[in-house]
Design a protein around this ligand. Structure first.
Ligand SMILES: O=P(O)(O)OC[C@H]1O[C@H](OP(=O)(O)OP(=O)(O)O)[C@H](O)[C@@H]1O
Ligand code: HPA
Ligand SMILES: [Mg+2]
Length: 181
């Protein structure tokens, strides 16, 4: 059972659900008068679970788009290089973009992607991240909608992986130290 590999639960399913409801309400309020289409851009794979729950809390018409970006490989720290494995499907010039991400850690991935999105000349671009580790930041990232700030601990679950495992845990937790051995 994968739950046996967890040392402690950091956020329960209920805590995550309540936070996502709050984020969805804030986004709905902020964009309720928007005339241009809103594109919700999920950064796969980590954001997939958060994305599907968050979009259902936004009470406005939105379009779906996704990028696949990877920089961690099988370790617990960034390789420093962001690989884009899938680009956006749509031309987003003049549109409102909401970038949906699971976690901002060193900031490497989002610092790189934000420049990339701005080059596409959207009408606006905002970032919504479920989790942020401010103490780990090596480059600047400004988060418009942040779920939880967390300390410097490697976490898994709710989309977040260690070596591709644990993404399907319904809560967020810290692994037992022997798992990394
Ligand atoms: O702020 P950073 O230090 O760049 O870390 C954050 C990024 O790292 C993880 O992705 P990863 O590269 O592991 O790919 P994944 O989304 O497929 O898990 C996570 O999903 C973020 O995209
Ligand atoms: O704490 C983390 N857990 C899983 N994936 C991650 N990618 C960046 N930080 C993390
Ligand atoms: Mg990711």
């Amino acid at each position: 059972m994968i739950k046996e590999d967890i040392e402690k639960v950091v956020f329960t399913e209920e805590e995550i659900r309540a936070k996502i409801r709050e984020l969805g309400q804030r986004i709905t309020e902020d964009y309720k008068d928007a005339k241009e289409t809103i594109y919700c851009v999920g950064i796969l794979k980590g954001a997939v679970v958060f994305y599907t729950d968050l979009v259902r809390e936004i009470d406005l018409p939105v379009h779906f788009d996704f990028m696949i970006a990877s920089s961690y490989g099988n370790g617990t720290s960034t390789s420093g290089t962001v690989k884009i494995l899938k680009d956006l499907d749509y031309d987003v010039e003049g549109k409102h973009l909401i970038i949906i991400e699971d976690i901002i850690d060193s900031g490497t991935t989002m610092n790189y992607l934000m420049k990339y999105f701005r080059e596409r000349k959207p009408k606006s671009v905002k970032l919504c991240a479920l989790l942020s580790k401010p103490s780990r930041r090596t480059v600047d990232v400004s988060i418009d909608y942040c779920g939880f700030e967390i300390p410097d601990e490697f976490i898994v679950g709710y989309g977040l992986d260690y070596a591709e495992k644990y993404r399907n845990l319904p809560f967020i937790g810290v692994l037992k130290p022997e798992i990394y051995a």
